[in-house]
Design a protein around this ligand. Structure first.
Ligand SMILES: Nc1ncnc2c1ncn2[C@@H]1O[C@H](COP(=O)(O)OP(=O)(O)OP(=O)(O)O)[C@@H](O)[C@H]1O
Ligand SMILES: [Mg+2]
Length: 512
């Protein structure tokens, strides 16, 4: 696909990027237009993030060309791209948590009031006026004096966007911005992106959710195995058509589910209380049980105690009350002792909790099993056994990688998530605590993970499922407990037919 550079905007033609033996981008072509939202979709490992790194100057292509307003460019670093008006809204923000949002906004680019030799005085009133003017222009409500560490994640995204606008960006790249957001935050982000579009910004937006693409984007590009395979205006194609292009016709359907009757009680939580650092109650009086062969879903508006509950159960946060597994009290046990007793844990934050980013793929996938046979034998590490086990686990979820000895950081985001899941389910736990298990995972990956969760349930395991995807909760859960303001406000049976009730309980709790 060779096209002439478009007169305005950012355009890539036939980009290529190779890592070792992996061709991450084979033949990528894409163009942005002012005042248009361009969605980029494709399976995990298709090459989306790589393409964005090339467009933003983080890495250089091995072939192909990039044009800005019809002129060929060669970015050697992100500063080059910025000077051409192209910026990326990072997932891992370059934000200093202890500074205020205003300080973060101008960090490294402070307006200066006066200089005297090496000293300069920052012009804070000007910084605030500039920030506020841009926030007003795009419709963002920002408390500039808030510490970054206390700001919700979508507000950090807004600050990042304003920072790029302040530096003159006219093309913004967003790599899965909604993966870390709760549904209400997604709505706020979309409102802001629509304002940006109206004001003439060009947006490149990556997502795994076709619903988001249909709701937000003007055009869509599908990439598969490093190539652009489909491009259309969103008005002229259907969600089904896009999905089919993503998977090349190989959409896996999950078989109709007949949940078995839960058996005996496996995990029991009684009167659990936990305090946060500022001594206010974080969790109060939580009592729940999960039976063998049962999936208990936790629904709630983000930030109502979901993470704290999980931390208490896996032993990362002190709590009072009684938690038992098969009648054995867990309260005095540390996280690794709980793991040995059969509790597996999929963290919502895989980069910080689920993975050791600099360690190899195989080390990460066998972590936790490395002291047991057959990997460890009389204190010796059996590398062949380790490699075989790692390979089997990665295969179970079709994780795409080059060499098992490569750092896990070289995996695409969705493949990292699949790896964590494959590792945790492979240890034959009794209880699986799964927090946002399909975050960043593509359509077929979601189907595979859902099937593994059901298989685990059918084998007698108990699952605590925390998800911001109501669809996911409903599809999998036997019962759904609703958490609000640190307490369980009710439990709903047959969740599929009681969706409005769950929604009301989530909101009632939030309003209380
Ligand atoms: N630094 C690197 N070294 C080696 N391989 C890499 C590196 N970065 C990416 N890759 C490989 O390039 C391919 C494309 O990865 P990329 O991150 O672009 O995928 P993606 O489309 O963003 O996927 P996801 O939806 O999971 O985020 C993957 O096979 C990945 O393992
Ligand atoms: Mg990616």
């Amino acid at each position: 696909m060779r096209a002439l550079p478009s007169p305005a905007g950012l355009q890539a033609v036939g980009l290529r990027k190779i890592y070792g033996s992996v061709v991450a981008n084979r033949n990528m072509s894409i163009a942005t237009q002012a005042g248009s939202i361009h969605a980029v979709v494709g399976e995990n490992g298709a090459g989306k993030s790589t393409l964005m790194r090339l467009l933003q100057g983080v890495e250089r292509p091995d072939g192909g060309e990039i044009f800005v307003d019809g002129v060929r460019v060669d970015f050697t670093n992100p500063g080059d791209a910025l000077r051409h008006g192209i910026g990326m809204v990072h997932q891992e923000f370059m934000i200093a948590p202890d500074l205020s949002l205003l300080e973060n906004l101008v960090l490294g680019e402070e307006p200066v009031k006066r200089s005297w030799g090496p000293l300069s005085w920052i012009d804070w009133p000007t910084a605030r006026t500039q920030g506020q003017a841009l926030a007003d222009q795009i419709g963002a409500l920002i408390d500039w004096d808030q510490r970054a560490a206390n700001a919700p994640v979508h507000i950090l995204q807004f600050v990042e966007i304003i920072r790029l606008l302040r530096r003159g960006c006219r093309t913004l790249i967003l790599d899965e911005p909604t993966a870390v957001l709760a549904p209400v935050q997604v709505d706020e982000l979309f409102a802001l992106l629509r304002n940006l579009r109206t004001q003439g910004t060009a947006l490149l937006f990556i997502s795994h959710k076709i619903g988001e693409v249909m709701a937000l984007a003007d055009e869509v590009t599908v990439i598969r195995q490093g190539e652009t395979v489909f491009h259309s205006s969103v008005a002229e194609c259907t969600a089904d058509e896009i999905s089919r292009h993503i998977v090349n016709g190989e959409l896996h359907h999950v078989a109709n589910d007949e949940a078995p009757q839960p058996q005996s009680e496996l995990l029991s939580i009684a009167s659990l209380n936990a305090r946060s650092v500022n001594r206010s109650h974080t969790l109060h009086n939580i009592s729940l049980t999960i039976g063998s062969g049962e999936i208990l879903g936790i629904a709630g508006v983000a930030g109502n105690g979901q993470n704290e509950l999980v931390e208490c159960l896996v032993g990362l946060r002190p709590s009072s009350g009684l938690v038992t597994l098969n009648g054995i009290a867990l309260s005095a046990l540390n996280p690794s002792q709980r793991r040995r007793h059969g509790i597996a844990y999929i963290s919502a934050d895989r980069r910080h909790e689920g993975l050791s980013m600099q360690a190899s793929i195989e080390t990460n996938v066998v972590a936790g099993s490395h002291r047991t046979s057959p990997i460890s034998h009389g204190g010796w590490l059996n590398r062949a056994a380790m490699r075989k086990i790692a390979k089997d686990r990665l295969q179970a979820l079709d994780v795409k990688y080059d060499r098992p000895s490569d750092p896990v950081s070289t995996l695409s985001g969705g493949n990292q998530q699949k790896l964590v899941f494959a590792r945790e389910i492979a240890t034959s736990p009794q209880v699986l605590i799964a927090s946002q298990p399909t975050r960043g995972v593509d359509l077929n990956g979601i189907a595979a993970i859902h099937q593994l969760i059901r298989d685990f349930r059918d084998g007698g395991g108990a699952v605590l499922l925390i998800s911001e995807e109501l669809d996911e909760l409903i599809a999998l859960s036997t019962r759904v407990a609703v958490i609000a303001d640190g307490t369980i406000v009710g439990t709903v049976k047959a969740p599929a037919s009681n969706l409005p009730l769950i929604g009301r309980m989530m909101l009632q709790g939030a309003a209380a």
